[in-house]
Design a binder for this molecule. Structure first.
Ligand SMILES: *Cc1c(COP(=O)(O)O)cnc(C)c1O
Length: 359
C-alpha cells in the first residue's frame, strides 16, 4: 500500500492513523459484533460515540455550556439558509462581509430570506485582501453579521475576530480546528466536516443557546437549531459513520496536543510554503501578506502554459489534487491538519525541481 500526499481542498486528507483504526474496527466495532454503519443511532454504543465526539470537540475548542454543539447534515451550504431562518427573528436585514466565492454564496442564499447589507467587499482587489474593519458599513438593526473567516478558494484568512454589537456568525468550514479560537465571541459557528474534520456528510454547528427558539414560522423542522438541540442531534438519523470518524479525528487532535500544537505546526507548514513561493522567482501568491490563509495556499506558475505539465508531474511524484479552483486558476495546496509537514516539504522540493527545469 502506498498512500500519496493529498492536497485536496475537500473532501480532504484524513490522518492515516484514524483510517487505520477505522479499518481495524470496520467489520466488528470493539467486540460489538457489527459495524458502526449497521448500528441503531439509539443504541448505547452509538450514543456513547456521539457523546464522546461532542465532549472532545468541546474540549478542543473550549466551548462553554452557553453553547449547543449540533451534528447536522446538508453541508455548510444548507447553513447558508439555516442561519437567516433561525436568527432573523422579527428583524428584516442582516449584515454580510464579502471576501470571496463562499461569502458570495452565503449572501445569495440569505437574499431569499432578508435584506442583505454587504458591509464591505474585497471584490475590487479580486478577493486578495480583507477590507479594513473601520471601513465596514454596519447596520445597527441587523439581526446578525455573517463572515467567512477563511475563504477556501481565494486563500484569504481573517486573523482578528470582528468586534460587532450583533451576533457574529462564521462559516469556518476550512479553518475550524486549525488553531484556537475564542468561541464566546460568536453567536453561531458552522463548518462542513470534509475539510478539517472528517468525511463529508456531517456539518458541525455551534450555537449560543439564547439564539435558539426564534426560528421563522417557515423554517423547516430539520433546519431549526432548537429541534436538533432538543433531540441531541438525533431528531432523524444522523450520519452515524461520518460522526464516528469525526470523533476519531477529535481524539487524534487531542493526542497531537490540541489546537495550540496544531497552530504551531500549521503556521510552520504555511510559512515554509509561502516563503518558498515568494522567493522562487517562478511561483506567486496574490494574497496580501497579513491575510494569507494557513490552510489553503493558491499559487500561480510563471506562465499558465506550465500548468498541465506541473499537475501531471506532481501526480506522478505522489502529490495529488493541486489544481486550483476554476475561478482563480493556477494551483492550490490545501494543507489542513491531516496533511503532514513531510507533505509540504515534498511539495516544496518538487516545486523547486520543476522551476529549475522550466525557469
Ligand atoms: C467547502 C465550503 C463550503 C461548502 O460546503 P458544503 O459542505 O459542500 O456545503 C462553504 N463554505 C466554505 C468556506 C467552504 O470551504
Amino acid at each position: 500500500m502506498t498512500r500519496r500526499f493529498n492536497f485536496c481542498a475537500g473532501p480532504a486528507a484524513l490522518p492515516e492513523s484514524v483510517l487505520q483504526q477505522a479499518q481495524q474496527e470496520l467489520v466488528d466495532w470493539q467486540g460489538a459484533g457489527l459495524s458502526i454503519m449497521e448500528m441503531s443511532h439509539r443504541s448505547s454504543e452509538l450514543v456513547g460515540i456521539a457523546n464522546k465526539a461532542e465532549q472532545d470537540f468541546r474540549d478542543l475548542l473550549n466551548i462553554s455550556d452557553d453553547y449547543a454543539v449540533l451534528f447536522l447534515q446538508g453541508g455548510a451550504s444548507t447553513q447558508f439558509s439555516a442561519v437567516p431562518l433561525n436568527l432573523l427573528g422579527d428583524k428584516k436585514s442582516a449584515d454580510y462581509v464579502n471576501t470571496g466565492q463562499w461569502s458570495k454564496k452565503a449572501i445569495k442564499e440569505a437574499q431569499r430570506f432578508c435584506d442583505v447589507n454587504v458591509v464591505a467587499s474585497s471584490e475590487d482587489t479580486n478577493f486578495t485582501t480583507i477590507p479594513a474593519f473601520d471601513s465596514w458599513q454596519l447596520n445597527k438593526d441587523a439581526a446578525y453579521l455573517h463572515y467567512t473567516p477563511n475563504e477556501t478558494i481565494g486563500g484569504v484568512e481573517f486573523f482578528d475576530v470582528p468586534d460587532v454589537d450583533v451576533p457574529l456568525v462564521a462559516d469556518m468550514s476550512s479553518t475550524i480546528l486549525s488553531r484556537p479560537i475564542d468561541v464566546s465571541k460568536f453567536g453561531v459557528i458552522y463548518a462542513g466536516a470534509q475539510k478539517n474534520i472528517g468525511p463529508a456528510g456531517l456539518t458541525m454547528t455551534i450555537v449560543r443557546k439564547d439564539l435558539m427558539g426564534n426560528a421563522s414560522a417557515h423554517c423547516p423542522t430539520m433546519l431549526d437549531y432548537k429541534t436538533a438541540a432538543d433531540n441531541d442531534s438525533m431528531y432523524n438519523t444522523p450520519p452515524t459513520y461520518s460522526l464516528y470518524l469525526a470523533g476519531l479525528v477529535f481524539a487524534w487532535l487531542k493526542e497531537q496536543g490540541g489546537l495550540a500544537a496544531m497552530e504551531q505546526l500549521n503556521r510552520r507548514k504555511a510559512e515554509k510554503l509561502y516563503s518558498y513561493i515568494d522567493n522562487s522567482g517562478f511561483y506567486a501568491n496574490p494574497v496580501e501578506l497579513s491575510s494569507r490563509s494557513l490552510m489553503n495556499v493558491p499559487f500561480t506558475l510563471a506562465s499558465a502554459d506550465f500548468d498541465k505539465a506541473f499537475l501531471a508531474e506532481a501526480d506522478e511524484a505522489g502529490l495529488l489534487n493541486l489544481k486550483g479552483h476554476r475561478s482563480v486558476g493556477g494551483m492550490r495546496a490545501s494543507i489542513y491538519n491531516a496533511v503532514p509537514e513531510e507533505a509540504v516539504d515534498t511539495l516544496i522540493n518538487f516545486m523547486k525541481d520543476f522551476a529549475q527545469r522550466n525557469g
